[in-house]
Design a protein around this ligand. Structure first.
Ligand code: G4P
Length: 530
């Protein structure tokens, strides 16, 4: 279908216009604020924070679940699309809370670049480092934004040292702050030597004022702050810390810029940087290691399945990253895993609470397929020419709970709810003959996933349930031959996951080490993150 309506040249052109990225950060570094500021700059919303109210805290367009609002954290992932200059920017939002890192990892499989947001006062925090590792593993180029420069924090050069020391990447600042943290006057553009002076607008609610000045005027206006910025920038020159496209794309360097998301300072520059240096949508590797050119017939993969986001939209949504060709609403594609046709009658772009039908999408874009009950995370869809993209890994659960229906007359609802949560990857569902179907075990990377599961069982599936913690904290992949031996060990249990994987659960690493010592030939493999 797409071959008729769009030429190869047009598809390639559209793919080149795409910049698909995610922001990774430790909670509270300002991710929601930055998302909002980016949207504001693209003039998607009139005034930052004006989308919907949330008691005591501004809410952002990418927060939507009631739980998120109650807790003031972002749980679900929304995709935000807007045009900027001649590009189409796709920002895939990620949950900030560490308990939902599994969701974040999945999102990272769907983007071409990441923005690492760092709190100027805190430097690189635990969650940022974890996410950074995943980006490294996936060879995702990383742009670093030092946020909250309007507040007293660390020294800019010290922050650069921290990046080198802790990530091994060479920071190549594109801008350098004029004024220390807490006295953010503007930035020196290191490529041109010019000064961008910031001026505050009311609470950052509208786009911040920016004034371009030449170095002589900057020196006159800012005095020592300007000279210091220039001196420090020269120091960076001497260290070779200048942007180099090839090294950036290879993950050896990270361009850095300074910002204050809450005041909208530096946000404009971030958008320009995404357009100028972030990679566009390119041919993606399939499961066999072949690259599928962007102008081949439509293909994509599901990186997230979600339901119950909003009481107004109680349906299931599968987020698909388009990898090649053109997605056209209504097209019938093939679901690679089952070989069955899948009609895409209801395709939506999701933007916070609002949904809009999407008629066409190009490589790099994300579409939400509604009521896609057959689709699972990692599944591929294609038109005409078969392709399967690599599976998205599931993560090693570290928390385990038995779940039981409180009301036996609601068993059918209970069963349906469990299957659904499993399908979406909200939790991993583990079963064994011994435990039976009435009391499966839920596995999670972070305990808050259980709260989401319980909330949805009650409110969405009308299946009140009780959860009981199990004393395991570690899972290893094993094989059927090992089960009889493991079954005789104390504090060890073998359960099977719905993807067919057999998991042996251990109370802690010492117990695992004990079993490994006693039975050195048993297959007990870590569940790898890739
Ligand atoms: P997150 O999504 O990464 O968790 O962070 P979020 O945007 O919610 O920001 C966390 C806090 O940091 C918020 O303050 C936010 O206003 C503040 N913040 C974000 N960017 C900046 C910045 O550039 N400068 C300063 N000074 N603060 C920033 P809060 O007190 O938790 O909420 P609020 O009541 O201010 O909204």
């Amino acid at each position: 279908m797409n071959a008729q309506t769009h030429s190869s040249k047009e598809i390639v052109r559209q793919a080149r216009r795409r910049r698909t990225f995610a922001v990774i950060s430790h909670p509270d570094a300002g991710k929601s604020t930055l998302t909002e500021a980016l949207a504001l700059h693209a003039r998607v919303i009139g005034q930052a924070g004006a989308v919907h109210g949330k008691a005591g805290r501004r809410s952002t367009v990418s927060d939507w679940m009631k739980m998120e609002q109650d807790r003031g954290i972002s749980i679900s992932s929304a995709a935000l699309q807007f045009e900027y200059r001649d590009c189409v920017i796709n920002l895939i939002d990620t949950p900030g809370h560490a308990d939902f890192s599994e969701d974040t990892y999945r999102v990272l499989s769907a983007v071409d670049c990441t923005v690492m947001l760092v709190d100027a006062a805190k430097g690189l925090e635990a969650q940022t480092m974890k996410l950074f590792e995943v980006c490294r593993h996936r060879n995702l180029p990383i742009i670093t934004v030092i946020n909250k420069w309007d507040r007293p924090g660390l020294d800019a050069l010290a922050l650069m040292d921290e990046i080198v020391d802790r990530t091994g990447m060479v920071p190549t600042p594109l801008t350098w702050p004029v004024g220390q943290s807490g006295d953010f006057r503007g930035v020196l553009d290191r490529a041109s030597g010019a000064y961008t002076k910031f001026s505050r607008t009311d609470g950052g609610a509208t786009i911040a004022g920016e004034e371009a000045l030449d170095p002589a005027s900057a020196a006159e206006l800012e005095g020592e702050a300007w000279t210091t910025a220039q001196d420090e920038s020269e120091l960076l020159d001497m260290e070779g810390q200048n942007h180099d496209e090839a090294r950036f794309l290879a993950g050896e360097t990270t361009p850095v810029m300074f910002a204050s998301a809450v005041l909208n300072f530096g946000v404009h520059k971030l958008l320009d940087t995404l357009v100028d240096i972030a990679p566009p949508a390119e041919a993606r590797l399939d499961v066999a290691g072949q690259r599928r050119p962007v102008d081949s017939p439509f293909s994509g993969f599901v990186f997230k399945v979600q339901a119950g986001m909003d009481s107004h939209h109680r349906d299931r949504l599968a987020y698909v990253r388009v990898c090649s060709g053109v997605f056209e609403r209504g097209m019938v594609v093939t679901h690679a895993q089952s070989g069955k046709p899948f009609a895409t009658k209801y395709a939506q772009q999701v933007f916070g609470r609002d949904r809009e039908s999407v008629d066409e999408a190009f490589p790099g874009d994300v579409v939400g397929l509604v009521n896609a009950s057959a689709l699972r995370v990692g599944d591929s869809l294609y038109l005409d020419e078969k392709v399967e993209y690599p599976p998205i890994p599931t993560f090693s659960p570290e928390h385990f709970m038995v779940i039981r229906a409180k009301d036996s007359s609601k068993y059918k609802q209970f069963r349906r709810g469990i299957d659904q949560l499993d399908h979406e990857g909200v939790v991993q569902v583990l079963r064994s003959d011994l435990r039976g179907d009435q009391a499966p075990v839920l596995g999670a990377v972070g305990p808050m996933q259980f709260e989401v599961a319980e909330d949805r069982m009650v409110n969405e599936f009308n299946a009140p349930c009780s959860l009981e913690r199990l004393g395991f904290s570690l899972a290893r992949r094993t094989v059927p031959d090992a089960v009889p031996t493991l079954a005789r060990e104390r504090s060890v249990e073998v359960l099977s996951r719905s993807d067919g994987e057999l998991l042996a659960l251990f109370s802690d690493r010492w117990r695992l080490a004990g079993v490994e010592r006693e039975h050195p030939d048993l297959v007990l493999e870590p569940l790898v993150v890739s």
